[in-house]
Design a protein around this ligand. Sequence first.
Ligand code: TRP
Length: 370
Amino acid sequence: MTATALDPRHLAPVPGPPPGAPRMLTGDRPTGRLHLGHYAGSLANRIRLHRRYESFFIIADLHMLTTKNSPGEIAEAGQHATDMVLDSLAAGLDPAHSVFYLQSAVPEVAELSLLLSSLVTVPRLQRIPSLKEMGEHAGQREMPLALLGYPVLQAADILAVHAAVVPVGKDNAAHVEVAREMARRFNRRYGEVFTVPDLVPADVPVLPGTDGRAKMSKSLGNAIYLSDPPDVVAAKVRRMYTDPARTTAGVPGTVEGNPVFVYHGAFNDRPAEVAELKERYRAGKVGDAEVKEKLTAALNRFLDPIRERRAAFEADEGLVEELIVTGTARTRREVKRTLADVRATMGLTAALAGFRRAARSRSRTRALAG
Ligand code: TRP
């Protein structure tokens, strides 16, 4: 992870993917605003990739239901979805080259998920560690059926749009593997319909939280959001966890794994400044306050262009909503086509067609007789 690779200011306006480019699908459950951890872990990668692939971004509200399904949580999903799309555009996704869609508004995906579910076994799904963790995290003592089927639904998302690449983090790698297995099994058993998707590991080091815990996360309350104003960033950095052994500025400190320096490494666009701070920190020649002030300045330099773009997109009232509406309609057309292929290839359309023919000829006979 280097500052340059992560820096939105280095994104020159480049054209979108060439015509006929392979497809990419990725996305998230609508759980809230995006933070620096999302940026380092997935957004930066998406922004890079969406220049090369025809890109679909799913707002996975059906997946959200596997762990969050109270009326209150469902009611909030809409606002979360808008925030996430806005954050993604602000960070650098080009609205002209990004198809955002709402999963629950493409009901054909659920049907595809059902049709695919005979291609995988329960023990295969039970061996996926991320599902158990998600269940436990959500306070479930027993595995809900929907959660066990999480990877099957995800496979339906991926296969429905013929995605060739699926950039996801470690937690989701096993789900993409399930999608690959199901695609191969389907193609062998019924006929070639599906593209076997490639997993693109988005294996950037996970950004620690401001409290020093391993992961920045909304639920842990240790996140700096892309939409945080400068004074909020300053306050969060001031409270940040550093080397606890360092009681005064004169004590030599540890840089490795120290979140303040991890953030400097990821987001500060002045590498010479970072190197010099590290040196003085190790030697016990700089106070935490100075290291943090410089981090605040660096983060605000990084976030300023994102804030500016966010304000511009926000001022364009209804834009985000329109993108979701048109993206959903576009995706639904694609998915309907795939589902029709799937049903025909499996032989499910033949029966009804036969019934229809027979029913028509019977009514013709009756009309002649009458
Ligand atoms: N499982 C993803 C998450 O962790 C969301 C998701 C649903 C997804 N369907 C997908 C990601 C298809 C990539 C491709 O939130």
